[in-house]
Design a protein around this ligand. Structure first.
Ligand code: PMP
Length: 443
């Protein structure tokens, strides 16, 4: 259930087509702005001629240093203080930038092997595989898990990469209401009673797919209830931890650790390296049989070049710190700092009278702007004051649920966050996004 201003409730369902026709050309200015630095606590953002909203946006070449609340740099590994780790530079010298081959031929190196075994160890699972892109990990792996005659139960807010993978699989897809185990059970029961289309035979396999933290809502998945249901209905569970791995749980081991549930309760643990590890790529962790099956059958594993070794080594560097293998407490301190930053920032935004979605421990904090007209204004006014934010609108959100998605980082200092709160308060007053709680209704 979401809080929305009363007057918007009906519009939410009625006017999407009408309003969205020209939306993108008007607010394109907020997206795809070139960044000219590492996505650390601060970024250099390229300034454009913001007067012209049409096709011909002119890049004037100037940059502005901004506090960065936009990048998914949860643990601050996107910009390592003191420069890139020596081992990463050594790997760049020895292996070059690209492995120039697929994992089944020359593209699999000892760096990949070490990374896969460390990921498996981190998640306390027998095996893991890594791929060069998080999106491809979902879209390529799901079709190798289920196919025609199988059933997928997918949370309605699952990421596009899951949607693409689910559709490509040929399995029957049923959507259940976001983070709602009661609706999940209702859908499971109905689907099991009906069986496969036409033949009414039992489903060959049932796969439930959920995310750890939902990236547009900042909400954490109720894993215990979902694990219970998957057991009760003999289904498999696929958990996408793109935003929760590294960021949740006292040692960064994600949603299972956050809810104190053994990782072995989740059949397919998926995650990306783009967020907490400051790198790119994705992983799957699970049983030996699962990983062997995927290595030998998923087209994205068989026919796509492996992750860059440089990237794999950077992830190893981050993961070793997170696991305390470097004999320092740096990784653990980052996890604690991120949690403190997230809890404090959310609380202070609420105290300012700003509507935010999501759960307290989540480093993703959506600030609700509601009508699309506020999107460009919020982004531009923040930028003018030295704050880089990501704004999101339709079709990534329902039309009247536009928002700014704040991503906090362990790299943000208390002073950085005070500055950000000051700017947000000023902009919120200016563009009027403080909504009175008494005038909100639940949708
Ligand atoms: N899963 C989720 C939940 C995501 O939010 C994303 C992207 N942000 C992906 C998968 C794709 O990951 P990547 O950007 O690393 O390709």
């Amino acid at each position: 259930k979401f809080l929305v201003p009363k007057g918007y409730a009906r519009l939410l369902s009625d006017f999407e087509d009408f309003y969205t026709r020209r939306l993108y050309s008007r607010i394109r200015d907020c997206w795809s702005r070139p960044v000219c630095s590492a996505p650390g606590a601060y970024i250099d953002v390229m300034l454009r001629d913001v007067i012209n909203y049409g096709e011909e946006l002119r890049i004037n070449g100037k940059t502005k240093r901004c506090l960065n609340l936009g990048s998914y740099n949860y643990l601050g590994y996107a910009d390592v203080p003191g420069g890139v780790d020596d081992q990463v530079l050594r790997v760049l010298d020895l292996y070059g930038v690209s492995p120039c081959g697929t994992p089944n031929d020359t593209g699999y190196t000892d760096v990949h092997a070490r990374l896969e075994s460390l990921v498996a160890e981190f998640l306390n699972r027998p095996a893991a595989l890594v791929m060069g892109m998080g999106f491809a990990t979902n879209s390529q792996i799901i079709p190798s898990l289920v196919g025609p005659g199988c059933l997928i139960l997918s949370d309605e807010l699952n990421h596009a990469s899951i949607v693409v993978g689910a559709r490509a699989s040929g399995a029957k897809i049923k959507i259940f209401r976001h983070n709602n185990p009661v609706d999940l059970e209702k859908q499971l029961r109905l689907a099991i009673a009906e069986g496969q289309p036409r033949t009414h035979r039992p489903w060959k396999k049932i796969l439930i797919i959920v995310e750890g933290i939902y990236s547009m809502e900042g909400e954490i998945c109720p894993l215990a209830e979902i694990v219970e249901l998957k057991k009760k209905y003999k289904a498999y569970l696929f958990l996408d931890e793109a935003h929760s791995i590294g960021a949740l749980g006292h040692s960064g081991r994600g949603v299972p650790e956050y809810w104190n549930i053994p990782h072995s309760e989740v059949d397919i643990l998926m995650g990306t390296f783009t967020k907490s590890f400051g790198a790119v790529g994705g992983y799957i962790a699970g049983s030996l049989e699962l990983i062997e099956h995927l290595r030998n059958s998923a087209p994205g594993c068989l026919y796509s070049s492996s992750m860059s070794c440089v990237c794999a080594q950077h992830i190893l560097f981050a993961l070793e710190q997170i696991m305390g293998r470097d004999n320092t407490h740096i990784g653990q301190q980052k996890i604690v700092r991120l949690r403190e930053n997230a809890i404090m920032f959310r609380r202070r935004l609420i105290e300012l009278g700003i509507q935010v979605y999501g759960d307290p421990g989540s480093p993703v904090i959506p600030i609700m702007l509601y009508p699309p007209a506020k999107i460009a204004a919020f982004s531009r006014e923040c930028l003018a004051r030295g704050l880089a934010v990501v704004v999101v609108g339709f079709p990534a959100t329902p039309l009247l649920l536009s928002r700014a998605r704040i991503c906090l980082s362990a790299a943000h200092t208390p002073e950085d966050l005070e500055f950000a709160l000051h700017v947000i308060e000023e902009v919120a007053e200016l563009i009027q996004i403080k909504y009175n709680n008494k005038k909100m209704i639940e949708m």
